[in-house]
Design a protein around this ligand. Structure first.
Ligand code: SF4
Ligand code: SF4
Length: 205
């Protein structure tokens, strides 16, 4: 392992299950999601995430690199019809998923950082962004028991609503029900993130 690789995996200290940035507070207007996507990171530290005891071996960042292949931004929870359909709208897009943990919601975009090298080292280690410096491999979604849930498809999100918010679900289902299958061009690889997460987690066993 090179000095650069060592440094990359040794100094992150932030506590979070996901490498998450907080968008500026979204408005309730129809265009707020697009604005949130452009208004990228204001650093946030979720209060819920705490280090846990775990005796399994830790996955090295240089064999993982998962957190360098997505962007997660905190969003409003689905507590009204407009907000619930806003989250549905996210899930209508390729490579976009939702993550919920303890009432906090995030939208995740699967996209590889342009500075991630082929051998999983950070190519801009000395000048990497603040959020990368503070994220901890000891508390990330791979090396901890992440008890949040991820939604990759509209159907699973609707099932969550039906279980947790039945009245809201009824309104969304009545006027905004997602199709049983995509009606446009089918997603190319909607499960890519889920497979990669499972693959790197398996390395800890
Ligand atoms: S800047 Fe470096 S550490 Fe941050 S996401 Fe990109 S490759 Fe990863
Ligand atoms: S997800 Fe965890 S183990 Fe994987 S690269 Fe990021 S901090 Fe390292």
């Amino acid at each position: 392992m090179t000095a650069l690789a060592n440094a990359r995996s040794s100094t992150r200290t932030r506590s979070s299950a996901r490498k998450t940035a907080k968008a500026q507070k979204p408005s309730q207007s129809k265009t707020s999601p697009k604005r949130a996507k452009r208004t990228l990171p204001i650093l946030a530290t979720p209060a819920h995430a705490q280090p846990r005891q775990d005796t399994r071996k830790e996955v090295s960042c240089t064999v993982c690199a998962l957190c360098c292949t997505y962007v997660a931004i905190e969003i409003n929870p689905p507590n009204s019809v407009p907000r619930a359909t806003e989250l549905l709208w996210y899930l209508y897009h390729e490579g976009v998923s939702l993550y919920e943990n303890d009432g906090e919601w995030m939208v995740q975009f699967e996209t590889r950082c342009m500075n991630l090298l082929e051998d999983n080292r950070c190519g801009v280690y000395e000048t990497r962004p603040h959020i990368c410096r503070e994220y901890s491999e000891k508390e990330c979604e791979v090396n901890t028991e992440d008890d949040g849930q991820t939604f990759y498809e509209p159907a699973t999100f609707m099932a969550y609503l039906a279980h947790r918010r039945p009245r809201l679900h009824a309104k969304v289902a009545a006027g905004f029900a997602p199709p049983a299958a995509p009606v446009g061009r089918a997603a190319r690889n909607p499960l890519a993130f889920r497979r990669r997460l499972a693959r790197v987690r398996a390395l800890r066993a």
